[in-house]
Design a binder for this molecule. Structure first.
Ligand SMILES: Cc1cc2nc3c(=O)[nH]c(=O)nc-3n(C[C@H](O)[C@H](O)[C@H](O)COP(=O)(O)OP(=O)(O)OC[C@H]3O[C@@H](n4cnc5c(N)ncnc54)[C@H](O)[C@@H]3O)c2cc1C
Length: 518
């Protein structure tokens, strides 16, 4: 059982935002009672609070508890990529869940770009959001083959229309030109966005505080939640600052869900990821990237970047898996957000000179203040988040475990969670215009007792087989830093876990949230 550590290494997003909300406490003391208590003030918690106030003119009273600074978890430390990269996963989803569910997962992700565009305009929130495209620089024949297979299989199943929004470039010279990445042998362009996630969440919460619709309490960890309501129908939530009683409790606690809900121990697992903020060189100040870019060697090894428009011009780069993979224990199963992973800072600083065409900055790039950091993401063996009512608990909900891919999944999931809460409180509502952009929640996200049992069985078997972790990475033959060829040896899940009755447990790349199939 783990609570968020109180001394995570500083992240550029948090430090550079200088938000007045950082340590906010709406009231000196906790209120005695609230209608809805949301534990966690990241993207999940904040967006559920937001929708609760938009679905009805008579919203319930809402309190948000946050163990750290406001939005001090994964949302304040991530890569800022809002990238519905469903096209690469579609064939796998289709094989695993069937075509209808694969479409539902794809459409749910895609809806996020439009919903963000409209919500940010409606609420007038400045969070450096841009809905544009993502270029994927394909750096190896292995990756070209993987992307080609996904593209063709998507076209075969769904027809030409499905790939019409993608641009696939197979000419290496053109690939280098459009991506500005040295050595790209191909490129894929997809609709995508970029965002300053911490500013987005602080913007949302500021609107709700201005409207006096929430009570927000930073530095207030929930340490215990009673599993059943008392005789008056309230659930008691214990904190170091006293007990607060709530009619409904929402666990928006990501990796840390199992601290309050022990049934998630070993089901929602931690993995460290790492990001940096590089100062642009003169060429990139003058000609900034207008798309996000990922630099991909195979299904696991990649770096990804986005650049702020001037005057900031900062380039955010994430990944460094070439370094991480050399010592999987440095990140798989790790909660060590209070330190950097050895070798990562040097690696990040060398990327611009090595990979960016036109880079005219120092060979060892300069970082911004708080310019390299780690963050904990949540991972499960079935690569899907858990969204819904807690089985066997009265009046408690969870929305957690979005892996490294929460930005194009959470806003829509929160709309679903909101409707469950309002239904159970008997508050009448109508779906607001922007929430109506989302299709229904994809069924693989939904939490049921049956899914929990299956994931538990798969996780236990994997743990037993591997002796230490419930997730494993594919073994990479060599690494790109040395200029040698990349290759991915995929693990056969049946060899590792055996048959789990009625359930196909994919292995998961914890950084991508992407199932890896045998
Ligand atoms: C380094 C990194 C890079 C990433 N890059 C991307 C990316 O580029 N694109 C993308 O789509 N996704 C990315 N992700 C994933 C994405 O950040 C997450 O999916 C998303 O932010 C999850 O939001 P959340 O609100 O569910 O969780 P969080 O933001 O982690 O919020 C949970 C909050 O709950 C609080 N909390 C936990 N337990 C308690 C408790 N008991 N009491 C009180 N408070 C508690 C935590 O302190 C935390 O603030 C990345 C993640 C990491 C770590």
């Amino acid at each position: 059982m783990v609570l968020p550590c109180t001394n995570p290494c500083p992240s550029f997003w948090i430090e550079a935002a200088s938000s007045p909300l950082r340590d906010h406490r709406s009231t000196k003391d906790l209120q005695a009672k609230t209608d809805v208590l949301i534990i966690g003030s990241g993207y999940s918690g904040a967006s559920i609070a937001y929708w609760l106030t938009k679905y009805t003119d008579s919203p319930p009273s809402i309190t948000i508890l946050e163990a750290r600074d406001v939005c001090g978890g994964a949302t304040g430390r991530n890569g800022g990529q809002l990238k519905p990269d469903w096209y690469i996963s579609y064939p796998k989803w289709s094989a695993l869940y069937g075509r209808e569910t694969a479409l539902s997962l794809s459409n749910h992700e895609r809806a996020h770009l439009r919903a963000f565009t409209e919500l940010l305009a409606e609420e007038d929130i400045d969070c450096s959001f841009r809905a544009a495209t993502a270029w994927e620089a394909l750096m190896s024949d292995v990756e070209m083959a993987r992307v080609t297979e996904a593209y063709e299989s998507l076209r075969d199943i769904e027809g030409q229309e499905a790939v019409s929004r993608l641009t696939f470039i197979k000419d290496p010279e053109e690939a280098e030109r459009v991506t500005r990445i040295k050595g790209a042998v191909g490129a894929m362009q997809i609709p995508a966005g970029q965002i300053w996630p911490y500013k987005f969440v602080h913007g949302l919460l500021t609107r709700l505080l201005d409207r006096k619709l929430i009570n927000l309490q930073a530095h207030t960890p929930a340490t215990h939640v009673s599993s059943h309501p008392d005789t008056e129908g309230y659930i008691a939530v214990t904190t170091p600052r006293g007990v607060i009683r709530a009619k409904r409790v929402v666990h928006a606690t990501n990796r840390w869900a199992s601290h309050l809900l022990p049934q998630f121990e070993g089901i929602i697992n931690p993995a460290l990821a790492t990001i940096c903020a590089v100062k642009a060189s003169p060429y990139y100040v003058e000609k900034p990237w207008e798309s996000t870019v990922s630099i991909r060697w195979d299904g696991v090894i990649n770096n990804y970047l986005s650049q702020f428009p001037p005057p900031l011009s900062t380039i955010i780069i994430g990944g460094a898996k070439e370094v991480l993979i050399k010592d999987p224990s440095s990140f798989i199963g790790s909660d060590a957000e209070d330190r950097l992973i050895p070798g990562v800072e040097e690696y990040f600083k060398g990327i611009p000179k090595r990979d960016f065409i036109g880079w005219d900055g120092p060979d060892v790039a300069d970082l911004e203040n708080a310019g390299v950091w780690t963050g904990v993401l949540a991972s499960s063996v079935d690569a899907m988040p858990f969204v819904g009512k807690m089985p066997n608990y009265e009046n408690q909900y969870i929305q957690a475990c979005f892996h490294g891919h929460g930005m194009p999944r959470i806003l829509g999931s929160s709309a679903h969670t909101t409707s469950l809460i309002l239904d159970s409180l008997g508050i009448s509502y109508s779906t607001p215009r922007i929430a109506a952009i989302f299709p229904p929640l994809p069924s693989p996200f939904q939490l049921t007792q049956e899914r929990l049992s299956k994931v538990r069985a798969a996780a236990d078997k994997l743990k037993e087989a591997s002796g230490k972790a419930s997730i494993q990475l594919p073994k990479v033959g060599s690494n790109g830093v040395d200029g040698t060829e990349m290759g991915t040896e995929k693990i056969n899940v049946k060899e590792v876990a055996g048959d789990v009755e009625g359930y196909t447990a994919p292995l998961v790349d914890p950084l991508e949230g992407d199932p890896i199939f045998a």
